[in-house]
Ligand binder design. Structure first.
Ligand SMILES: Cc1cc2nc3c(=O)[nH]c(=O)nc-3n(C[C@H](O)[C@H](O)[C@H](O)COP(=O)(O)O)c2cc1C
Length: 222
């Protein structure tokens, strides 16, 4: 795929087929992502892959915990609120997802079902957990972010869907029960990986971006 096509085709996949993904494909995606830059080439990222029964156990554990109303206890603090334009953009994507799913904002039952689906990684057969070592500066998260983006693009290039999900990192004890993550590693996010259910409307949703002039400032050009 042309790089511009790969960039354009990547989007958050919110409905996966249960078709398995073979380990050789996952290895090639991770190997491509490893070319990402990092501070002093420290490469602080580590990836923990759950498939089969391990993925199902994590997803089920997360769904049960989310539905029991337990507050999230992530290892990396997560934003509770946003200011100004960030707040409205955050609200807009939430509204768009619910609208495509045909869920009324006041329909608490359907919203809970969507929360459960979120915790269930939208049915992704593979979960990738990204960790960084504890006790470092926030730059390890910048490095992890570069890695995660490259990983999602590499997956898109292989025809695979991804969804980066903070939700999958809400209850680290469940993740740690099922993956051999050392205590000194901090879980950043989980990423659902698999083949997209292209027949599902939610996978037709494309999030919008601001016009270029809003984010881009040239100085010193004629
Ligand atoms: C750190 C991070 C956490 C996210 N967590 C979730 C999540 O828990 N559930 C979800 O449906 N999408 C999640 N997303 C996906 C974003 O909503 C999505 O990337 C954004 O709306 C832009 O849409 P796009 O990925 O389709 O381009 C997350 C994305 C990032 C980068």
């Amino acid at each position: 795929m042309e790089f511009s096509q790969t960039i354009a085709s990547r989007h958050s996949c919110r409905s996966f087929l249960d078709t398995p993904v073979d380990t050789a494909t996952i290895e090639s995606v991770v190997e491509m992502a490893q070319r990402s830059p990092s501070w002093g080439n420290t490469q602080p990222w580590r990836i923990w892959v759950a498939g089969g029964a391990a993925a199902i156990a994590i997803r089920q554990g997360l769904v049960d915990r989310a539905l029991s109303g337990n507050p999230p206890i992530p290892e990396i603090p997560m934003p509770l609120t946003f200011k100004g334009e960030l707040k409205s953009r955050y609200a807009d994507i939430g509204k768009s997802v619910l609208a495509v799913l045909g869920i009324d904002r006041n329909d608490e039952q359907m919203r809970n079902a969507h929360r459960a689906n979120n915790a269930n990684a939208f049915g992704a057969p593979v979960l990738l957990y990204v960790t960084v070592p504890e006790g470092q500066t926030p730059y390890v998260l910048l490095d992890a972010g570069a890695f995660i983006n490259a990983l999602c693009l590499a997956a898109a290039d292989q025809g695979l869907g991804t969804c980066i999900q903070a939700t999958l990192a809400h209850y680290p004890d469940i993740v740690r029960q099922n993956l051999p993550i050392p205590a000194e590693e901090r879980i950043v996010v989980g990423i659902g990986l698999g083949y997209a259910d292209t027949a599902c409307q939610i996978n037709r949703l494309r999030s919008i971006r601001e016009p270029l002039e809003k984010i881009l400032t040239f100085t010193g050009f004629y």
